[in-house]
Design a protein around this ligand. Structure first.
Ligand code: DGJ
Length: 726
């Protein structure tokens, strides 16, 4: 029983293996938060609410909770009733009043987990998950709010979502609906987040939490390169294996906010949901709105435990692809090899050479359709450019297959070029505000996917291409963020729905794609890693991580990405040097080792490699086949971060049964007159004997004393060491 209701005390306790979450009903009407942290037994913890304490407000009156909401730990705070911290919920009546008073009406417990309509979400079966529903109602407007908590007992995760139903007689507007809120006392928390830019995604940043509000957000229409739908509050000094971590990650790909607020009483409110900026949703009587899901986890064993909780939850309960637990074909993508300058002969040359070296799939990137010869036209004209690909797509695919390779293709379904037949035919299909110039980015506009007819027509064009040849893989790209938000099909008072409706349209298209083409391997992408989030992982088992393929830059990008997402989801390729993004030259071996911490593939003109480099490709292909099962399914441990120490980076993957592990080490900067370094391993069985590079150790020695890594001459040198249990 992992959801316990104590009728006498009116409290709920939600238990996972190592955590407990507690909620109480106060005065028979308010929901307050009692506790989230390391496991408790089922003893009464209602005292944690401090119900008998004078909250410091100058009043000799008997305390009335309603008057002190501002210092109470609210479970789902709302606007307008006296809690002056950021609220999670705000509705506006037709007469313009912004307030609600949600009072508790009852609860239900279900085995498993309900689906969230139209949204990606984790799933759970009755054997591993139970759901608590708490029902609240605002009597004046007839809003019925259901708070959902799904408890994944063995994964130490609790997911949250909110459903609002209009049970009244008039419509109302939802102006804000966040999916999760967590009130607790401050413990000197620091805020941990992932920040970046195009080609510099998801770098780890940690900062102290001060008084006031600190948020991480996007209102760019996608989850963005810049900020990430993740926040953790950590206690001071938290490391990979010690310290307390409260983490939230949003299963959503559009505008979001994650916020931590510290107030006058040193209480901290942490919350996450759809960004309220520009958002309103009109709810007619009888209609429902479902807020996307937040995944929460608590760790008392540092960041490493948080990471492994997310990895396991996403591998077992989020990523649906049939390829999730499969070794993916090693692909070669022609983007950095040719950019737009290719024809069928060039592609075939690449395929022939690649196949000889053991590469298994050719991916034809941007530039095969309409009249596209650079990035300024043809998005929306999804038919093959036969001037470029003479003989057509099917002939090319068949010829590539003759070399023994599979074939994949790039598309960018969400966009429309002003210079395209589609735009000439349907200028109103672009997202725009009447009377204003549409902002252009990369010479393209964004399609209004809130309109089903738009999404359907584009989908059909792309599906026709996929049906016209034997295509095994699709890279779904999205190369700009959204501005001038307006839809010609929405009435005035529903324009605030567009950003969310757009994302629902993207989800609907991807759902169709993987349903109609169940064998397809889908890789999401957004100008590199601009939409690498759990929402997209629900549809595709892998996401292109960054347009920066430089092995050294990738260390920090992949470190941040792997802090949350399984390595099997991280799109990573070997490319040429000097690297196209930073001009750096790194050893070919290092590029291979860094790409192994991901899906692994190539992004270069293989016909131009030297014979020595081609030999190294064969070695890398062999390593991929040898280690991918372990890398894809194992437990990830971060051992050292060059982003912190400047000199070296190290991580390892350990087989679930601890029988085998792989250690990765990159000497980023060489130092003069340096000694060897001891790297302390993690995750092994301390009692077991292991063999590494011909020497024997106990797991205990490897973890406490470490393995010796010699200093090398030269920068950017990598080592990969297999550790085998005896
Ligand atoms: C951005 C992607 O990240 C690249 O890999 C490539 O597909 C280009 N778009 C093509 O336009």
């Amino acid at each position: 029983m992992n959801i316990i209701y104590d009728e006498k005390n009116e409290t709920f306790l939600l238990h996972t293996e190592k955590t407990t979450y507690g909620i109480a009903v106060v005065d028979g009407r308010y929901l307050e938060h009692m506790y989230y942290g390391a496991s408790l037994d089922n003893a009464d913890i209602r005292y944690l609410l401090r119900e008998d304490e004078n909250p410091g407000v100058p009043s000799a009156n008997k305390r009335e909770t309603g008057a002190f909401l501002d210092c109470a730990p609210m479970e789902f705070p709302e606007t307008g009733m006296g809690d002056y911290r950021e609220s999670a919920f705000c509705i506006r009546s037709m007469s313009g009043y912004r307030a609600s008073e949600l009072t508790y009406e009852g609860y239900a417990v279900e085995d498993g987990k309900p689906e969230l309509e139209g949204l990606p979400a984790t799933w759970g079966e009755k054997e591993n998950c139970r759901t608590l529903k708490l029902f609240l109602r605002d009597r004046l407007l007839g809003a019925r709010v259901t708070l959902l908590y799904s408890v994944f007992e063995s994964s130490d995760a609790v997911t949250r979502s909110v459903i609002v139903e209009n049970k009244g007689e008039e419509p109302f507007y939802i102006e804000k609906i966040l999916s999760a809120c967590l009130d607790m006392d401050d413990r000197g928390f620091e805020v941990l987040g992932l920040f970046g830019s195009w080609a510099r995604e998801r770098h780890v940043q940690r900062m102290p939490l001060g008084y006031g509000r600190q948020n991480i957000a996007s209102f760019k229409g996608n989850s963005s390169h810049q900020e990430h739908p993740f926040m953790a509050l950590v206690t001071p000094g938290t490391t990979q294996d010690s310290g307390e971590v409260y983490a939230m990650n949003f299963v959503y790909s559009g505008n979001f906010i994650a916020q931590a607020e510290k107030n006058q009483f040193d209480s901290v409110r942490m919350m996450m949901g759809i960004h309220p900026e520009g958002f309103t949703w009109k709810l007619e009587p009888g209609q429902c709105f479902t807020a996307p899901e937040v995944v929460m986890t608590y760790s008392s064993e540092g960041l490493g435990k948080m990471t492994r909780t997310f990895h396991d939850l996403y591998r077992n309960h989020l990523i649906r692809s049939p390829y999730l637990h499969e070794k993916r074909p090693i692909l070669i993508n022609n983007w950095e090899a040719t950019y737009f300058d290719f024809d069928e002969k060039k592609l075939l040359e690449i395929a022939e050479e690649a196949s000889e070296l053991g590469i298994e799939m050719l991916v034809m990137d941007d530039g095969w359709f309409g009249k596209r010869s650079m990035d300024d036209s043809s998005l929306g004209d999804w038919y093959v450019n036969e001037e470029k690909l003479k003989g057509g797509l099917n002939a090319l695919v068949e010829n590539v297959k003759q070399t023994g390779m599979k074939f994949g293709i790039w598309v960018e379904p969400e966009m429309i070029s002003p210079e395209s037949e589609l735009y000439r035919k349907h200028p109103d299909w672009a997202i725009q505000i009447p009377g204003r110039d549409i902002t252009q980015s990369r010479a393209q506009y964004v399609l209004d996917l809130s309109r089903e007819e738009v999404a359907d027509e584009v989908y059909e064009m792309i599906a026709a291409v996929l049906r016209s040849a034997d295509i095994s893989y699709v890279k779904w790209d999205m190369n700009r963020q959204i501005a001038t938000m307006g839809s010609s099909s929405l009435p005035d008072d529903r324009q605030g729905e567009l950003a969310h409706r757009y994302i629902l349209g993207v989800y609907r298209m991807q759902e169709r794609l993987i349903t109609d083409f169940p064998e397809l391997l889908l890789e999401n992408c957004a100008s590199g890693g601009g939409r690498f989030d759990p929402g997209m992982l629900y549809y595709s088992p892998q996401i292109w991580c960054s347009d920066d393929t430089d092995a050294v830059e990738r260390l920090a990008i992949q470190e941040g990405t792997a802090m949350l997402y399984p390595v099997s989801a991280i799109g990573a390729h070997v490319s040429v040097c000097p690297n196209h993004s930073v001009g750096r030259t790194t050893p070919f071996e290092t590029r291979g080792d860094v790409a192994l911490l991901g899906t692994f593939g190539y992004e270069l003109d293989i016909t131009k490699l030297s014979p020595e480099e081609k030999d190294l490709v064969k070695v890398q292909v062999e390593k991929y086949h040898k280690y991918n099962d372990l890398i894809r399914e194992g437990d990830y441990y971060r051992l050292a971060s060059a982003a912190e120490n400047r000199y070296y980076d190290s991580w390892m993957i350990v087989e679930k049964d601890k029988s085998r592990a792989l250690l990765f080490y990159v000497q980023v900067m060489a130092r003069a007159n340096a000694k060897s370094r001891f790297i302390r391993l993690a995750g092994l069985d301390p009692e077991r004997r292991y063999e590494a590079e011909g020497k024997e150790y106990t797991g205990n020695t490897l973890m406490q004393a470490g393995i010796r890594i010699p200093a090398e001459f030269g920068d950017f040198k990598s080592r990969l060491i297999e550790i085998r249990g005896r």
